[in-house]
Design a protein around this ligand. Sequence first.
Ligand SMILES: CC(C)(COP(=O)(O)OP(=O)(O)OC[C@H]1O[C@@H](n2cnc3c(N)ncnc32)[C@H](O)[C@@H]1OP(=O)(O)O)[C@@H](O)C(=O)NCCC(=O)NCCS
Length: 329
Amino acid sequence: MKAATSVFAGLGAYTPEKVLTNADFEKLLETSDTWIRERTGISERHIARRDETTAMMAAEASKAALKEAGFGPEDLDTIICATATPDRLLPSTACDLQALLGATNAKAFDIQAACSGWIYGLVMGDSLIQSGASERVLVLGAEKLTSIMDWTDRTTAVLFGDGAGAAVLTKSDGTRGIVSSYLKSDGTLAELLWRPAGGTVCPPNEQGQLEGRGYYIKMAGREVFKNAVRSMADAASKALDKAGITSEQVDLLVPHQANLRIIEATANHANIPMDRVYVNVDRYGNTSSASIPIALDEARRAGRLKPGMTVLLVTFGAGFTWGSMVVKW
Ligand SMILES: CC(C)(COP(=O)(O)OP(=O)(O)OC[C@H]1O[C@@H](n2cnc3c(N)ncnc32)[C@H](O)[C@@H]1OP(=O)(O)O)[C@@H](O)C(=O)NCCC(=O)NCCS
């Protein structure tokens, strides 16, 4: 295996207290617990309070990651926040987070790669460390997806949840950390999973209101499903090849948690049995960029992720974007 470049000095996650079950959705929409569980594997998801912002959730995850790393907020020189649900379009959620944390010595910026955002952010952070531009990088995946969900659309509303996950990256001595990564996108398929309004193409009107339902997530589920399976299989093999290892050497696969059937298909293509795959989509739904760090943090607490393990991360999201990473934990 190749030498590692940046190490995870700390990891943290946060999910809101309120839980919405499939039974709750049965009261809101024409759907059923059985349909949702059979098609997606989701049983419940965490929902942010109305006054709880993406940056506030990100701050909670960041504090846990900083504590583990043994750093104060002022020790950070870089904050990268991956989010598809920023608190405002201007300025970045990373700057809001910087202010909430008091990370006075950091440069802060957002990246947008939808559900793949955290892996994209890790690759950016790792590159900054390798180039010498940064030494201590906080990478967030943070989302308040319920703020852009169409609660009248049963084909999307039941899928998503809110939450945040954070990692502090520092330079590795080569033995632990990020070993390889792979990123890819295909912008020609953007309209299969998107939020059409709110930007320059369809800006708010003079009263600051958005017309119609274009503000909400729209998705062609079946097409997204097929692309997700194909792309995640591709990504898994690319990161393994770049690391110089085979799937037999992977101790734990932690995929983006969008749908249990997508996870099973990805594991199957990668030739990794399900007892070496971490799944928590049943309890959180799809938290987009936050899903992998929330899963990693939980896997650690559950004793499924231990130092020395070889971990494969694989993701897919709107754009389309996809990617993967091999980490020596
Ligand atoms: C969304 C998804 C679960 C739908 O499952 P599916 O098996 O493809 O189902 P379809 O979209 O073909 O719909 C089948 C039927 O179920 C209905 N249906 C859709 N959502 C439903 C719901 N929540 N409850 C009950 N019925 C529902 C549809 O209206 C359709 O009814 P019809 O046959 O009468 O038209 C699935 O396509 C999927 O998971 N796609 C990927 C989504 C994803 O993970 N996106 C994020 C990627 S990062």
